[in-house]
Ligand binder design. Structure first.
Ligand SMILES: [Ca+2]
Ligand SMILES: [Ca+2]
Length: 466
């Protein structure tokens, strides 16, 4: 209205006023009520890693619509979004300043957020927090977890229920030891710097496997190479044993931590999953390699026994052993040294060393006691699947016969006439049992997982002299 009085008495001015009014109307029109608005932040200060709530309206419910940048620098992780509130974590490298929220290409700013110094962490209490695994047997490698162990083997002494263990390494948070002979259940005790620290209780592994509900860090599994116990990503809540990841040239081996009576017979059941098949760029061979094996062994290396890579599936090379392979890759190299003479790319085979039961076992078909393929047996499923598929394998040994079942628990996929002691020398009727797997050295890979495992000897005695 003020403008009007300035330009009264002039038609020209009236025309100008009309134009100016038109401009003013646009400027004064209410903001688009659907756009995001920040009204406050809570709290207004905090350290890196703390949580901040950006409060306002019209945020929508889709985290992917928003990008949050602290003071023009570090992008923050958005942990929750509601229409009135976006929750973020103060990112590494964040500095004091406004928080910019960009929503579908439009950026608005918050009041200044002050990044404060990190809160001092309380000094962790010296001592043992866990023993992994806590079901143990002689010769197993065990990790004692805790705080302020120092970083060198100095005056540390670790005992298992009073018997001293050999320490192989010390870091500030982990002491690695080998379980001593003749151990009995009790507590792990650490003596260091004149002080004594008592750990949790441990138990001695029983001579059968009961991991029907899956694997855990406590379960008494000895792992070598790429093998480790992991929290399953594909099937929530299941803890599995990963023998290899989907990477080239990996060998993973895992044993139950103590010898099990096998001479009188046994039955073992496990679910396996071979997934995420791939191969290096430029390779033209099969996708997915190599497969896995169940192994019975009494090699002098015990829980440290590991076989060769690639088509050897991590078992060939172990001595005094029998392997039942689920071979998912056809290794035939007519011109090279690594010709396994595999019958095809999806077969079960029982592999030994025919001639010398104390010599290494081999992956070559010449050392097969019997095999079946998905060509000769169309009911045999493809071993390689995806992250949500798995196979159930059952191996039943009674002296004289070994049967292998796969998915069909009624009709064996493979039956071989054999007696373990023709191929192995046992210790009081016992041997180590476990799994091996490998990926291709340079031609293909897959992840190899064991999801659960049970093994029950037919006799509870030692089998010695039977
Ligand atoms: Ca093979
Ligand atoms: Ca084979």
């Amino acid at each position: 209205m003020k403008l009007f009085s300035h330009f009264s008495n002039s038609i020209f001015a009236l025309a100008m006023v009309a134009i100016l009014f038109a401009g003013c109307k646009d400027d004064e029109s209410p903001v688009d009520e659907s756009l995001a608005v920040i009204t406050s932040i809570d709290p207004i200060n905090g350290p890196v890693g703390s949580e901040v709530r950006i409060i306002g309206r019209n945020f929508g419910e889709t985290a992917g619509d928003h990008t949050v940048i602290f003071n023009g620098g570090s992008q923050a992780e958005i942990t929750a979004v509601t229409n009135e509130q976006i929750t973020v974590t103060v990112p590494e490298g964040a500095t004091t300043g406004k928080i910019n929220l960009t929503t579908l290409g439009r950026t608005i700013s918050s009041p200044v957020f002050t990044v404060t110094a990190p809160e001092p962490q309380p000094e962790p209490e010296t001592g043992i927090t866990a023993v992994q695994p806590n079901q143990v047997a002689e010769g197993m490698t065990v990790r004692i977890r805790g705080n302020n162990f120092g970083d060198a083997v100095s005056d540390h002494v670790v005992t298992f229920n009073g018997t001293e263990a050999n320490i192989t390494s010390v870091t500030d948070n982990t002491i690695t030891v080998v379980v001593p002979a003749n151990v009995t259940g009790g507590r792990v005790v650490l003596t260091m710097g004149g002080e004594t620290y008592e750990g949790p209780e441990f138990t001695i592994l029983e001579e059968n496997v009961d991991l029907s509900q899956g694997f855990s860090m406590d379960a008494g599994i000895a792992t070598i190479g790429s093998a480790f116990v992991y929290e399953d990503q594909a099937v929530e809540g299941i803890t599995a044993l990963r023998l290899t990841p989907e990477k080239a040239d990996r060998v993973g081996v895992a044993y139950y931590g103590t010898r099990i009576p096998v001479e009188g017979g046994f039955e073992t059941t496990f679910d396996f999953r071979i997934a995420r098949p791939g191969r290096p760029e430029g390779q033209t061979g099969e996708v997915g390699a190599e497969g896995l094996a169940f192994i019975i062994q009494n090699d002098p290396a015990g829980l440290e026994a590991r076989g060769h890579r690639g088509g050897s599936l991590g078992y060939a090379g172990i001595t005094n052993a029998v392997a039942i392979e689920f071979d998912a890759y056809k290794n035939t190299n007519e011109n090279g040294d690594n010709d396994m003479k595999d019958p095809n790319g999806n077969h079960i085979s029982v592999q030994t060393n025919h001639a010398n039961r104390f010599g290494p076992i081999f992956a070559e078909k010449d050392y097969s006691l019997g095999y079946t393929t998905d060509e000769s047996n169309p009911d045999l499923p493809a071993f390689i699947g995806n992250e949500t598929s798995s196979h159930t394998a059952k191996i039943v040994y009674t002296p004289g016969t070994l049967q292998v079942f796969l998915d069909d628990m009624t009709t064996p996929a493979l039956e071989v006439e054999m007696t373990l002691t023709d191929y192995m020398q046992l210790t009081e009727g016992k041997a180590f049992v476990g799994f091996t797997a490998a990926t291709g050295v340079n031609w293909g890979w897959a992840s190899h997982d064991i999801l659960n495992w049970t093994l029950q000897p037919s006799t509870s005695g030692t089998g010695a002299g039977e």
